[in-house]
Design a protein around this ligand. Sequence first.
Ligand SMILES: NC(=O)c1ccc[n+]([C@@H]2O[C@H](COP(=O)([O-])OP(=O)(O)OC[C@H]3O[C@@H](n4cnc5c(N)ncnc54)[C@H](O)[C@@H]3O)[C@@H](O)[C@H]2O)c1
Ligand SMILES: O=C(O)C(=O)C[C@]1(C(=O)O)C=C[C@@H](O)C=C1
Length: 285
Amino acid sequence: MRAGGLAGEIVGYARSPETRAVAKDLFCDRVTETAAEAVRDADLVVLAVPVGAMGEIAAEIGPHLKPGATVTDVGSVKQAVVDAVAPHMPADVHFIPGHPLAGTEYSGPRSGFATLFRNRWWLLTPAPEADADAVARLRALLVAMGANVDEMDVEHHDLVLAVVSHVPHAIAYTMVGVADHMRRVSQQEVIKYSASGFRDFTRIAASDPVMWRDVFLTNKEAVLDILGRFAEELFVLQRAIRMGDGDHLHAYFTRTRAIRRGIIEAGQDTAAPDFGRSAPPPDKG
Ligand SMILES: NC(=O)c1ccc[n+]([C@@H]2O[C@H](COP(=O)([O-])OP(=O)(O)OC[C@H]3O[C@@H](n4cnc5c(N)ncnc54)[C@H](O)[C@@H]3O)[C@@H](O)[C@H]2O)c1
Ligand SMILES: O=C(O)C(=O)C[C@]1(C(=O)O)C=C[C@@H](O)C=C1
């Protein structure tokens, strides 16, 4: 917002004076010592705390919101945020839950950067009765920040995110945990010889523990559903390896490769090498 000159005044609140000082230095016009003070007279309020802390902040700011203000959030789970925040919102305030599908394993105000949302999806999950003008205003702001905006039903959001983000994080945490618990492979060897697949896992597994604790505690049902399916498929794969069933392995990996290629063809992987062509290379056979 700061880089694009999209806000008249950006006011920030964080609990610690250190974080407030960094935020003021980097992108806030003003920081305040309480959340209530920060939201006074604000047209738009963005809640950017762990999912488990959203309710507490909403309760604090609720009585101080300006009539007609829009409140949104960036939490990775939506049903839990709606349940925690909506009861504290006055009737004359527009609450429009949101989730940018963009981030890194780093936390804190120094981890943001102006292009973070460029060409990334930002999902909004407004209630069916939400004010259409308020949704359109928020959407226009997000688009001006470079994001692609889609709207989705809250419950569906949580299921989709369990598949594309939450369970992959659980798997990464687990794989790095396995390497950590090994006795026959030393930690030095894991670090020294980590191939790029494992290195990607370690990047993800370095994400903020509080954020991810809250994601798993609050998207429990969808995560357990997808983890159950994952375990079933893993058993089938395990059996195919044990039985030496190369046909199964080849067919399975061929199907999964199509997903990756679909992502690249849709232009959804900005990190993918282009090799000077837009289509993936032909099969070697
Ligand atoms: N990091 C990502 O990749 C990413 C991506 C999309 C959405 N999100 C979501 O965005 C939200 C914020 O994540 P982030 O990555 O910006 O984290 P962050 O750690 O950079 O910022 C969260 C801030 O909330 C503060 N906080 C924690 N508990 C609080 C409380 N009870 N009261 C007031 N402040 C509190 C922390 O001190 C921290 O300053 C989370 O809900 C997360 O699920 C994160
Ligand atoms: O690339 C990363 O570090 C992320 O994990 C970002 C990521 C994800 O893609 O899963 C993590 C959590 C979110 O809620 C949105 C984005």
